[in-house]
Design a protein around this ligand. Structure first.
Ligand code: AMP
Length: 417
């Protein structure tokens, strides 16, 4: 008689206000069994796209109204059941939820209880766009599988190791504390994964290396990671601070907001929308897609050129600042949509930094690949890496380690796979 196998699958859920992204992974080999997305939840034109990745199933799509997250997860569950991967399977070990804001309380992945949900709810004022959607996803999944461990993996957790000198704003301490105003940082799951994978690429343990991680997607953030611990990151109380992003301004003199209110007569909500949705690359040149911006530059478009230059200038400032914060840098790692794909951004951001040991090999930089790789020449003092981020795998790994007690410190299984 064979002993029953212990469950090895983890479902990762990422709930947005009108979307639900999911991946089902098998943690024996970190393989994906199915991936999918429900979008436009609550509208007449909802769409579910489901792709089974094992067993030769075909990509399937359904359209038509999906009223809420509860209906969305039930539809996902039906799709998984059709592939023999149903959520009622004894092979499912846990559900891992991406939660954007964990404040100061959550330093690590956490098994979800009513108290955890209440605390995530208390953080809604500092994450009004994200935490309510994350809570909805959690409630829905708990209702469907109340017996299963559910784990929250927080975007802010990796940054809770920042020293107070980096985490505090220089404003009145009582006011800051009364309203929980401090720098939390975001994209932490990606920064954790990429800094670890970069160490693996160098053949080192994360504790041995100092890495600057540049997560350049539609949202963008930088982090300085010393021996595996985050010591500084560019996003702050909200994901608005720091680098120039697709639609967000990043750093700006706070007095600009008073000026917009007093002189331009804008309301707080209008200023919020301006800085979060109509700024960054889109505000500067009308496009937030780096491919389109590069195409326009090639055609001689001056606005696109200026937008690119402002984006790169800010990036270079952060690389210099984080170099100083770390003192010694072993690697700079580029990740996310722009970081992984836009060779001209990588080249321009590091141009002229040879004195700091930062050199990019033009041929390696131009070569297209979807695996983790070095793009610096062998003689360079500081490695430059391109590392595809994998937040779902990181969430699945942290979830699985927590529920099985299988905490493997060190390198990811196969960062180059
Ligand atoms: P993310 O938020 O990580 O999905 O990144 C999305 C952004 O990546 C898009 O808005 C584009 O600006 C950028 N991007 C994606 N693919 C490419 C590419 N092949 N070349 C340049 N930029 C890209």
């Amino acid at each position: 008689m064979t002993a029953p196998q212990s469950p090895t699958r983890v479902l990762v859920l990422n709930s947005g206000s009108s979307s639900l992204k999911y991946q089902l992974l098998d943690m024996r080999d970190s393989s994906r069994l199915a991936v999918g997305l429900v979008e436009r939840i609550g509208e007449a034109t909802s769409r579910l796209v489901h792709t089974p990745l094992e067993g030769g199933g075909e990509r399937r799509e359904r359209t038509g109204p999906i009223a809420d997250h509860d209906a969305a997860l039930k539809a996902v569950s039906e799709e998984l059941t059709q592939d023999g991967l149903g959520l009622d399977s004894p092979a499912l070990a846990a559900i891992g939820h991406r939660v954007v804001h964990g404040g100061l309380k959550f330093h690590a992945p956490t098994v979800i209880t009513d108290e955890v949900i209440a605390e995530v709810e208390r953080l809604v004022p500092v994450a009004p766009l994200h935490n309510p959607a994350n809570i909805t996803g959690i409630r829905t999944a708990r209702a469907l599988r109340p017996d299963l461990p559910q784990v929250a993996v927080f975007d802010t957790a990796f940054h809770t190791t920042m020293p107070e000198a980096a985490a505090r704003y220089a404003i009145d301490v009582e006011t800051a504390d009364a309203h929980r105003i401090r720098r939390y940082g975001f994209h932490g799951t990606s920064h954790a994964y990429v800094s670890r994978a970069t160490a693996a690429l160098l053949g080192k343990d994360p504790s041995e290396v100092n890495v600057i991680v540049l997560h350049l997607g539609n949202g963008a953030s930088a982090s300085a990671v010393a021996g595996g611990r985050c010591v500084e990151t560019s996003m702050g109380l909200t994901p608005l601070e720091g680098l120039v992003m697709g639609t967000r301004s990043g750093d700006i003199d706070p007095a600009v907001t008073f000026h917009l209110k007093r002189v331009a007569g804008m309301s707080t909500d209008e200023i919020d929308a301006l800085l979060n949705k109509k700024s960054g690359l889109v505000g500067l040149c009308g496009d937030n897609d780096m491919r389109e911006i590069r195409r326009r530059i090639d055609e001689g478009d001056e606005r696109a050129r200026l937008a690119f230059d402002i984006y790169v200038h800010r990036l270079k400032k952060y690389i210099g600042a984080y170099y100083a914060v770390l003192g010694r840098v072993d690697a700079v790692a580029f990740t996310a949509g722009v970081g992984e794909n836009a060779a001209p951004v990588r080249e321009a951001a590091l141009a002229g930094l040879e004195e700091m040991g930062l050199v990019v090999d033009a041929g390696l930089n131009a070569a297209r690949s979807d695996t983790a790789r070095l793009i610096s020449p062998e003689y360079a003092r500081v490695a430059v890496a391109v590392v595809p981020t994998d937040e779902e795998l990181e969430i699945a790994r942290q979830t699985f380690e927590l529920v099985t007690g299988d905490v493997k410190k060190g390198v990811p299984d196969s960062p180059t796979a």
